[in-house]
Design a protein around this ligand. Structure first.
Ligand SMILES: [Zn+2]
Length: 445
């Protein structure tokens, strides 16, 4: 299962954070927890198809948690969906959706299976299939609010094919019976017990979605032994009074739930707009529960970290330094040519003009390793180039002390670095570069 935060703001969106919504991807289906404004656009950005939505779970009727719902349903209608949509939420969700549809005179082409949870309910299994079930429990907020737990059922253990062959088990039916825990009798009357062939059942993955709430025992129950707990951390401890007053959690509250529930990974989200630097919240949570991540919009989190390997590709260009002429020139012809370099540059032309300032300490990251010899000369040549410097197209980059963000831009920055590296590497000793992802800087441990 893969969890993708789509919106991590609370109450009001900010320039960089959307209203609450978290997508859970499992075997090709998407389960949406809350549906704030813009959730459907964020899904697109995350590469999640809206047509793959299987179920939507709404926690409560604060507008920021369901303001994207009607827009999404309208899109599904326009996509001519014909599959039933499960829509789970507190009592009233059916009335809300049906009223909206009749208000705008829309007749939808697919069925909605409404599952409403009454306010007096203490717990409810809101969805169940052969492979998984979803459980809801009321949380402690200013209004009736549900937390959810998505639980995969245990998967049967692996079959020891070699041993099965030795014992002469060949029929599919026999394997089926053994897998389901039954013993079988072979033709020569030997009884083969299930445990001889089938390994231990593998526990299913689980995910809990707990927002908005103060600390409460139901949050712990939902999160018990989960692979991932997504918990709100609207405030820091300094504003614990405000958290209590508004029915929200602090980062420390989230960590307390994670500790008591012994979850494997805590992901905090639903941040108050006042926190422009979320590290305050991360630090507070990690002080009590170390395996905590900050939710980052569109950044996927895997219930089984092993699956993550190889899926995130490194964000730096890796060049085999043992090669005399690195084979990295393919990038030249790709990407739009910019106006600053009329007519483009033939591959290997030594007289081309570099596109960006690399003065002194301004060169960030790995560049620091190449501060001598040819590099400096190139810099000098660059400084003399008055026309280039004045180019309005590039002036935006110059002020940046850390050019990293622009390096990969299609303005030609990549072309420049490649060629520059090619020239430089020929007379430099070998040095390996450790691949780093863009996320390494803050939310991984
Ligand atoms: Zn909220």
């Amino acid at each position: 299962m893969i969890v993708v935060p789509l919106g991590i703001a609370s109450a009001t969106p900010t320039a960089i954070r959307h209203l609450p919504s978290v997508a859970l991807w499992r075997e090709g289906s998407v389960f949406l927890f809350d549906c704030g404004e813009n959730a459907q656009m964020c899904m697109l950005q995350a590469g999640l198809k809206r047509s793959k939505i299987d179920s939507i779970f709404i926690t409560h009727f604060d507008v920021d948690h369901y303001s994207g719902l009607m827009g999404l349903i309208s899109t599904l209608q326009l996509q001519r969906r014909d599959k039933t949509l499960n829509l789970v939420g507190p009592k009233g969700i059916k009335e809300f959706v049906e009223w909206n549809l009749s208000f705008s005179g829309v007749e939808i082409s697919f069925d909605i299976n409404f599952v409403e949870v009454e306010e007096k309910a203490t717990e409810a299994k809101v969805l169940e299939t052969e492979d998984y079930y979803v459980e809801a429990r009321p949380l402690k907020h200013k209004k009736f609010c549900l937390g959810y737990r998505f639980q995969e059922k245990d998967k049967p253990g692996k079959v020891d094919a070699e041993k099965a062959a030795q014992l002469g088990i060949t029929e599919d039916e026999q394997f089926k019976q053994l897998k389901s825990g039954q013993n079988i009798t072979l033709e020569d009357d030997t009884v083969v017990e299930s445990y001889e062939i089938v390994g231990h059942p593998r526990p299913g993955d689980s995910f809990a979605y707990v927002t908005d709430t103060e600390y409460c025992p139901n949050a712990v129950k939902l999160a018990m032994n989960t692979n991932i707990l997504y918990h709100e951390a609207t405030f820091s401890n300094q504003l614990a009074d405000k958290a209590k007053e508004t029915g929200h959690s602090t980062a420390a509250d989230a960590a307390r739930v994670a500790t008591e529930a012994q979850t494997k990974l805590l992901v905090i989200g639903h941040f108050s707009a006042r926190y422009t630097n979320l590290h305050v919240l991360l630090k507070e949570a990690r002080d009590a529960f170390y395996p905590t991540w900050l939710a980052q919009e569109l950044r996927p989190i895997f219930t089984d970290p092993i699956h993550e390997r190889g899926i995130l590709s490194p964000k730096v260009d890796l060049i085999d330094l043992t090669m005399k002429k690195p084979n990295s020139r393919q990038g030249y012809s790709k990407g739009p040519r910019s106006g600053g370099r009329p007519g483009g540059r033939p591959s290997g032309n030594k007289n081309f003009r570099p596109r960006k300032g690399r003065d002194g300490a301004g060169s960030g990251g790995n560049r620091g390793n190449y501060h001598s010899g040819g590099y400096q000369q190139r810099n000098d040549r660059y400084r003399q180039d008055g026309g280039y410097r004045g180019s309005s197209q590039n002036s935006g980059y110059r002020g940046s002390s850390q050019e990293r963000g622009y390096r990969g831009s299609s303005q030609g920055g990549r072309d420049y670095s490649n060629s520059d590296r090619n020239n430089r590497y020929e007379d430099k000793p070998n040095k390996s570069i450790t691949p780093r992802t863009g996320y390494d800087d803050f939310d991984r441990f």
